[in-house]
Ligand binder design. Sequence first.
Ligand code: GLN
Length: 484
Amino acid sequence: MDVNCLTIARLAEALAAGKISSREATGAVLDRIAATGEQVNAYITLDREGALAAAAEADRRLAAGAAPPLCGVPIAVKDVLCTKGLRTTGGSKILADFIPPYDATVVAKLRQAGAVIIGKTTMDEFAMGSANENSPFAVPRNPWNLDYICGGSSGGSAAVVAADQCVAALGTDTGGSIRQPASNCGVVGFKPTYGRVSRYGLLAFASSLDQVGPITKDVRDAALLLNAICGHDPRDSTSVREPVPDFTAALDQGLAGLRLGLPREYFEVGLDPDVQRTVEAAIRQLEGAGAELREISLPRTEYGVAAYYVIAPAEASSNLARYDGVRFGHRDPAADELAAMYRRSRSQGFGPEVKRRIIIGTYALSSGYYDAYYRKASQVRSLIIEDYRRAFKECDVIVSPVTPTPAWRLGAKSDPLSMYLTDILTIPTNLAGLPGMSLPCGFSDAGLPIGLQLQAAHYREDQILRVAADLEKRLGLTERRPVL
Ligand code: GLN
């Protein structure tokens, strides 16, 4: 048994049967990180002692019987989620020494479910980016080809799952940051419906868009992690009271009678030929499986990026105002008066992309410009929501590429606009608050993974999982692994 390749479901089985202990599984993960961690460079902070202590506790619970579902399973957490007593940087120098006094609700839920938190994964600073290169701590390398990006902003979480440096991970998705790196790294990434998962203890980027979700080795694991993290939280007023189903119940339902929508506009954005070929082959499999395919239209897709780059920076400029050197994070010790202290602490602490967004956001919200930019962007957002509402009358799940191209070479994209445009197919999901997923569906000629995006109506994660589970079996890609 190669412990490092196990999924949550398979490891949980082995743990329950007493074939392996959580201490052994956690030790195997730590050994794997010791052997391959430097190549992939995806952890900012490892919690060796904490993990081994949690594993020992999990072994006690397993031995006592009736252990909770994730008991003893090593999981990594994106460094934007607060972990009590364990450094949480948000990928920013401004929080380089921040040790949270509490756990994010999702982290507390993982711990309650018995999970072993291995460490914190690298990310774009404050989750702003699509290549994980906006990162003062660690720029991760794609496990399938170390010269390529992992994607972002949850690049570290996708990389550690792909590289078997943990069993599963949590990421966050504001405009594609779970789905795009999952696609680039050949793993499953799931962004739940906005409000499904608590944002308490998540360092906020754009509060109306941010959502936490699983990055896993297969579809069943995504369902298992969703079971663990979804649910209402009185500490997050945007978390919903919607009942949480057992998401694994959706996995064996087959596709008969399901209507799948292919949005015309998503295939007209200049897709890379490898993406086109791979996605079309996956769609043919779905057709062969008894699903009904329909062409649909999401006509405002092309305006999503523009609306997002007003709304997200506007919210970020407000959310990041708290990092002023007074209560949180870095303070310039040399500043001798208050205004200089703010200015110098923020100038030193934030990186260039974060500064750019704060400036754009502050401008868009400023008096006289609010109507021209923020209000207009909000109106476009409503139109995009309207597009989806119409589309979901005709289909149950929307099937498309995740991104127009596979991963690119590290350093290949330097201007922000070309980076922003790569999120054209993932941003609309967030603007509408819908659930969305990336499922590995094939490889480019150069051997880089390519994902398929599935989107459904609010709270219909089950429909996405149903399609993904069926297609995953037909594609048979889960055993294929990068060589490190
Ligand atoms: N790439 C997008 C951005 O830079 C989305 C990031 C995210 O989802 N956190 O804002």
